[in-house]
Design a protein around this ligand. Sequence first.
Ligand SMILES: *Cc1c(COP(=O)(O)O)cnc(C)c1O
Length: 472
Amino acid sequence: MSAASKSDLYRKLPSVDELLRRPELVEAVRREGHTLVADAARNVLERLRQKISAANGDPHAMAAEVSQVVQAVTVELEHSVAYSLRPVVNATGVILHTNLGRAPLAGAALDHMRTAAEGYSNLEFDLATGERGKRDVHASRLFQKLFGDLASRQVSTVVVNNNAAAVWLALNTLAARGEVIVSRGELVEIGGSFRIPDVMAQSNAILREVGTTNRTRIADYEHAINENTRVLLRVHRSNFQITGFTEQPALEELVDLAQRKNLIVIEDLGSGAIFDLRSLGLTEESTVAASLRAGVDVVTYSGDKLLGGPQAGMLSGSTALIQRTRKNSLFRALRVDKLTYAALETALLAYVKGDYDAIPALRMMRASKEVIGRRAQALAERLRESGIDVELVDGESVIGGGAAPSSTLPTRLLTITLRGVSADDLQTRLRAGEMPVIARVQDGRVVIDLRTVFASEEDCIVQSLMKMAGGG
Ligand SMILES: *Cc1c(COP(=O)(O)O)cnc(C)c1O
C-alpha cells in the first residue's frame, strides 16, 4: 500500500469524540454508559491504525473496513458487556469437574438461594427471641440429623469457604506451635496449589513425617510422639494411588494410639463420600460417617466434591474441638455467606431424606449405562440424519476431583467424526460455540459422554454439530 493511500485512510478514521456522536453509539452510551463505549471505540480505532500501518494488501478492502467502524465498535462493545462467567455443556463425563465448576446445583437449591438473597433473611437473627443469632444454626440442625447419633460423643459441624480452609482452620486451632504427625505416603498435592506441607506451615503447625512413601506402620507414629505432639493427621490421597507393596494403619489403630497418648486425630477426607458409594458398584470409599464412628476427632471435607452442593468446607467432629475452631479469630475470614448456607441447606435436606436423586451430581453417578446408552442412541440418530458420522462405543465416566476420584462408571460414548476436520479442530470448534460444548478427545476422535449432559442441553450439541457439518 502506498504512503499516500495510507495517509488517506488515516484521514478517514474518525476521532473517538466523532464516533461517539454517531446515533447508534449515542444510543449505546445511553444503554451501557460512556466508559465502556469510549473504551470500545478506542480499541477499534487503535486496531485499525495498526492494521493500516502494517497493511500491505488492498487499499479498497481497508477502506471498506474503515467505513464499517461503527459496526466494529458495536461488536467490541457486545463482547465487553457479555458476562465472562458463562454456562457450558459438560460432555466430558467427569461429574465433579473442578475446571467446570464441580457440582451443578439442584433447582430447589437455586430457588432457596434466590428467596434468601433477593430480600432480607434471618441469617443471624433469632426469630423466636428477636435477638442476634448465629448463621451456623441453618446447617447444624441438619448435620445433627446426619451425624448426631453416630458416635458415643457429641458431634458438631462448622462450615467454611472450602476444604482447604477447613484443613487450615483445624490445624491452626488444634496444633499451632505443636507437632502434627503425617505418613510420608499422605503428603499429597491436590489441584495444583493445595499441598499438605505448605498448608501445615501456614497454619503454624510443625510437620513430623513418618514412615515411607509406600509403607507406614502404627509403630512409626508411636515412635515419633513426643511432648510437643498435638495431632495425628490422616489425609485422603484423593486422585493419587499407591498400590502393590503398601501398608497403612487402620483408622481405628490411629484413634486408639491417639486416645492412649491424649492426642487428637484429624482426617482430611476431602474426596471421600458422604454415603456409601458401594451401592453404586464403586470400590469402597471412606465416608464421613464411618470416620466419625471410628472415633476420628475432626473430619474435614468439601461441600461440592463430597456433597454435590455448593463450594464449602466442613469440619465435623467432637463438639468441644469444633467449638474451639469456631472461636479461632480467623474464622470470620473463612466463613460462608447466605447463598452458600441456602444451597447447603437444600443439599443436606436431600441427604437427610435419603432423596439422592435430588442432587444432580448423585443423579449423574446413579444413571445406568443402559439409560445413558438409550439417550446416546437417540442423539446418534438425530446426528446421522444431518449427515454426521457417529458411532456408539463403551467407555468410562469419571466421578472426578470428588467423591471417589479414582472411581469410574461404565458408560456409552458417542464418537463423532466430521469429514475433513481433525479431532482437535472439532473439539476447539465445539468450544467456540455460543453455548460452548466441552468434549474429550480419545484415540483420535471426539467423544461425548451424556452422563454429565442435561437432557435440555442435547439440542445445543446437535445444533453445534449441524452448523459445522453444514457450514463446512
Ligand atoms: C479436594 C481436596 C482438598 C481441597 O478441597 P477444596 O474444597 O478444593 O478446598 C483438600 N484435601 C483433600 C484430600 C482433597 O481431596
